[in-house]
Design a protein around this ligand. Structure first.
Ligand code: C2E
Ligand code: CA
Ligand code: CA
Length: 405
C-alpha cells in the first residue's frame, strides 16, 4: 500500500500539536527533539517528558476520534514525518482484525488509566472507555472476521470442510475434461458460509496456506478416487485455487509434487488457478514458483481474466497455459455487442498465444451458443453443471450428456 507521508519542519519553540485540538495526524520525529506538555484540570502546565529521533507523538488521535491529550512543542528544530489518520485507517483496515481490535482497546484503556491517575481531565470530551470498547466490539466486521477465523481454524482441524467439483466442459466434444475444486463450509450454527467471505479473511489471518493445503490434499485424493471409480481417464484434471501467500512457502513445489505423487496422479492432472491479484503481489516469487511447476507439466490458469489489474504483459511474463474469462463478460455477451467483440478478441489473443480459453459463469444456452460462435475452447457454469460433492460428480461423469446436444 502506498503511504503518502508529508515531510514537515518545525522550528525550535513552535507548537506541533495543541492539547484539546482535534487530532488528524501522528508524527514520527525524523530529526530533533520535542517536549510534551500537559495542562492539568487546575490549569497547571507540566512537562511530562521529551521525545527524540525515531519516537512517535500524537498516536492516540489516529487510533480513536478523541482530542489531543497533551501539547507537543519543538525543543530543537524538528523534521517530522506525518502519518495521517486516513492512511492509518487504511492500514488498520487491511490488517488482521484481532490486531485492529487489540490496538483500539489498549488505547482506550490507556486513556482511562491516565484519567484515573488524574493526569487527564475527567470531563466528558473523551468517550467513557466502556462505551468506546462497546463500540469497538460492535464494530461487527472485525468481530465477525475474528469469529469466522476462529471457527475456520476448528473446521480445518476437524475436517468440517468439503471440496465440491464443478465440471469444465470442452465445447467441441461436449465432454467433461476436468473440474474446478471449490471449497464448501457448512457451519453447525452459522450455516453455509461462502468462500467469497471466508477466503479473504483466511488471507488476512494467514490461515490461507493451511486452507490451500487442505484443499490440495482433498482434491488430489478426490481425483484419485474419481479415477478409480471411473476407470482411468487420462485427461481428467482438477483445477485448484491458490493465493500469493501459498507461493511464499519455501516447500511449495516440493509439497505439491509430493501430493501428486502420493495420489498416483500425473502432473498434467493438476491445474493451478491464480488471479492477477496473486501475480501482482509478489511477481518475482510467483514467477519462480510458477515456472518450476510449469516445467514439470503442471498447468497454470489465469482466473477472472479481464477484471482488476488486467495487463497483457502478465501473459508474456508468467508461464500461463489457460485463460479463464471472467463471468462478468459472459453475463453480457448476448445483449451487448461490444462485450461479445471483447470476448472474441480475448479468445483470439489466447489462441495466438497457444493458450486454452475457458469462459466462466455460463448460465444460459444462448450464452453457450455465443461462446461457440466466438470459438471458445471450454466452459464452466450453472447451465452445464453446478459445483457438486464428489459422489455426485462421479455419477455426473458416468451419466454425462451435454445439455447442448
Ligand atoms: P472463482 O475461483 O472465480 O470460482 C468460481 C465461482 O463462480 C464459484 O463461486 C462458483 O460456484 C461460481 N460459479 C460457477 N458457475 C457459475 C454460474 O454459472 N453463475 C454464477 N453466478 N456463478 C458461478 P464460489 O464457489 O462461491 O467461490 C467464490 C470464490 O471463492 C472463488 O471464485 C474463489 O476465488 C474463492 N474460492 C473458492 N474455493 C476456494 C479455494 O479452495 N481456495 C481459494 N484460494 N479460493 C477459493
Ligand atoms: Ca477459480
Ligand atoms: Ca473465476
Amino acid at each position: 500500500m502506498s503511504t503518502k507521508n508529508t515531510k514537515l519542519f518545525f522550528a525550535a519553540g513552535e507548537t506541533i500539536m495543541q492539547q484539546g485540538d482535534e487530532g488528524t495526524s501522528a508524527y514520527i520525529i525524523e530529526e530533533g527533539r520535542v517536549e510534551i506538555v500537559l495542562e492539568r484540570p487546575d490549569g497547571r502546565k507540566v512537562n511530562v517528558g521529551t521525545r527524540g529521533e525515531g519516537s512517535i507523538v500524537g498516536e492516540m488521535a489516529i487510533v480513536d476520534d478523541s482530542p489531543r491529550v497533551a501539547s507537543v512543542i519543538a525543543v530543537e528544530d524538528c523534521k517530522m514525518l506525518e502519518i495521517t489518520k486516513e492512511d492509518f485507517s487504511k492500514r488498520l483496515d487491511s490488517t488482521d482484525p484481532i490486531i485492529q481490535m487489540i490496538s483500539q482497546v489498549i488505547l482506550t484503556r490507556y486513556r482511562d488509566m491516565l484519567k484515573r491517575a488524574k493526569i487527564l481531565g475527567a470531563e466528558q470530551q473523551y468517550p467513557p472507555p466502556e462505551a468506546l470498547e462497546k463500540r469497538i466490539s460492535h464494530h461487527s466486521d472485525a468481530v465477525e472476521a475474528v469469529r469466522i477465523s476462529n471457527e475456520l481454524g476448528k473446521a480445518l482441524e476437524n475436517d468440517d470442510l468439503e471440496v465440491h467439483y464443478q465440471p469444465l466442459i470442452d465445447l467441441k466434444s461436449g465432454e467433461i475434461k476436468g473440474a474446478e475444486a471449490l471449497l464448501r463450509w457448512t457451519h453447525d450454527e452459522l450455516g453455509f458460509i461462502s468462500p467469497g467471505l471466508f477466503i479473504p479473511i483466511a488471507e488476512t489471518t494467514g490461515q490461507i496456506t493451511d486452507v490451500t493445503r487442505w484443499v490440495l490434499d482433498k482434491a488430489s485424493h478426490g481425483l484419485e478416487k474419481i479415477k478409480a471409480a471411473m476407470g482411468v481417464n487420462e485427461d481428467l484434471y482438477i483445477s485448484i485455487n491458490f493465493s500469493s501467500y501459498d507461493f511464499a512457502r519455501t516447500d511449495f513445489v516440493e509439497h505439491l509434487l509430493k501430493t501428486i505423487d502420493e495420489c498416483h496422479l500425473n502432473t498434467s492432472e493438476i491445474v493451478l488457478e491464480i488471479t492477477e491479484r496473486v501475480l501482482i503481489q509478489q511477481p518475482d516469487q510467483a514467477k519462480i514458483v510458477l515456472e518450476a511447476c510449469h516445467n514439470r507439466g503442471i498447468r497454470i490458469a489465469l482466473d477472472d481474466f479481464g477484471t482488476g489489474y488486467s495487463s497483457l504483459s502478465y501473459l508474456h511474463y508468467f508461464p500461463i497455459d489457460i485463460l479463464k474469462v471472467d463471468q462478468s463478460f459472459v453475463q453480457n455477451i448476448e445483449e451487448d455487442k461490444r462485450t461479445f467483440e471483447l470476448v472474441k478478441s480475448i479468445i483470439g489473443l489466447g489462441k495466438n498465444m497457444e493458450l486454452e480459453v475457458i469462459a466462466e459463469g455460463v448460465e444460459t444456452e444462448a450464452q453457450a451458443r455465443k461462446l461457440i460462435e466466438a470459438e471458445c475452447d471450454s466452459v464452466q457454469g450453472y447451465f452445464f453443471a453446478k459445483p457438486m460433492a464428489e459422489a455426485d460428480f462421479i455419477s455426473t461423469l458416468e451419466n454425462w450428456s451435454s445439455p447442448l446436444k
